[in-house]
Design a protein around this ligand. Structure first.
Ligand code: GDR
Length: 301
């Protein structure tokens, strides 16, 4: 957004300790405002103060396993939080263009492969259930009030800034730690799960494109390629010359109560209507993340 010349406001929750390392490189160029998805008036206030033309709602309790231990909070933030944002838009300026971060987790136990905008939802976690609600309320505000509200059904998107609890970064960080002698093993859950992993940098371009169209609509954003967690592990360990079988330990405690076994998206609509296509393929993505983690540990020694 900064490269496109936007004035960017970021909404953050108040916390006694700041966790801004992932926006450190741009912190001086954006304006941060405190508000909370649980507090309706704080959202109204932040929109009144910033008067945006576009709102990107990327906020959520986004870690799937936590949604089983905190299902109500997940519903409040990931589900009802969307309604609160939409209400704030409606009250402050219904001309604001709104982007909702919907998720491939909504497909869950998939009815067909690959998944498109028309594939029925069958979420498999409280997180997926909450995202279905967020998706539906976004469409409803478009239909009820004519708000330019779009929903991007994004498949997993990763980068070196991914949180270490998610499997791609957990693996690439684990490889770097093992290579630097800081760890002896990497504990993982289900190695057979398959995902359609893309590069976050490509995916944010698609979000922006959705809000530049003449009419609001919903789009699947995916690479169309599926890989297993096992493929990811093999690819991540191979460039550092280590045999992953000697380090990876399958821990049953990391398996989920209900798993999403396989996801693979069909982004044909986005390709035709938005002219969007992913640029970074899976092997390049994994290499980028392993190299970034290796460099991080080298620099800190
Ligand atoms: P996901 O991402 O649940 O797909 O949601 P995650 O990286 O957490 O899991 C992907 C798959 O890997 C398996 N897995 C493990 N996952 C984690 N986190 N840790 C492990 O040790 C591990 N071992 C195996 C999981 O079982 C799963 O099948 C992400 C999030 O960013 C969501 O917010 C977003 O909506 C979707 O992607 C699209």
């Amino acid at each position: 957004m900064l490269e496109k010349g936007y004035t960017v406001w970021g909404m953050v929750r108040r916390a006694s300790t700041e966790t801004f390392e992932r926006i450190e490189h741009i912190k001086g160029k954006i304006q941060l405002k405190q508000a909370d998805l649980l507090d309706q008036l704080s959202l109204v206030r932040v929109l009144e103060e910033s008067r945006p033309h576009e709102v990107y709602n990327l906020a959520a309790q986004s870690f799937v396993p936590t949604s089983w231990s905190q299902p109500v909070l997940t519903g409040e933030l990931t589900g009802l939080g969307v309604t609160r944002m939409l209400e704030a838009v409606r009250l402050v300026d219904p001309g604001i263009r709104f982007y909702q971060a919907s998720s491939s987790e909504m497909f869950g136990q998939v009815r067909e492969t690959p998944q498109t905008e028309r594939t029925p939802f069958h979420p498999r976690s409280p997180y997926g259930v909450a995202k279905v609600y967020g998706h539906a309320i976004t469409i409803n505000y478009r239909e009820s009030y004519g708000i330019f509200a779009c929903s991007g059904i994004l498949f997993n998107h990763e980068s070196p800034r991914r949180g270490k609890e998610f499997v791609t970064r957990k693996v690439t960080d684990g490889v770097a730690r093992i290579k630097h002698g800081l760890a002896r093993e990497l504990r993982l859950g289900n190695l057979e799960a398959r995902r359609d992993w893309g590069f976050a940098g490509d995916y944010v371009e698609a979000m922006w494109l959705m809000l530049q169209q003449e009419a609001a609509d919903d789009y699947v954003i995916a690479t169309g390629e599926g890989h297993s967690v096992r493929d990811l592990v093999e690819l991540a360990f191979s460039p550092v010359g280590l045999d992953w079988r000697q380090y990876v330990v399958v821990d049953p405690n990391l398996k989920r109560p209900a798993e999403v076994d396989v996801l693979r998206g069909d982004a044909t609509k986005a390709r035709h209507r938005l002219g969007w296509a992913p640029k970074v393929r899976f092997p390049e993505l994994v290499r980028m993340m392993v190299e970034a983690d290796l460099a991080r540990y080298s620099a800190s020694r």
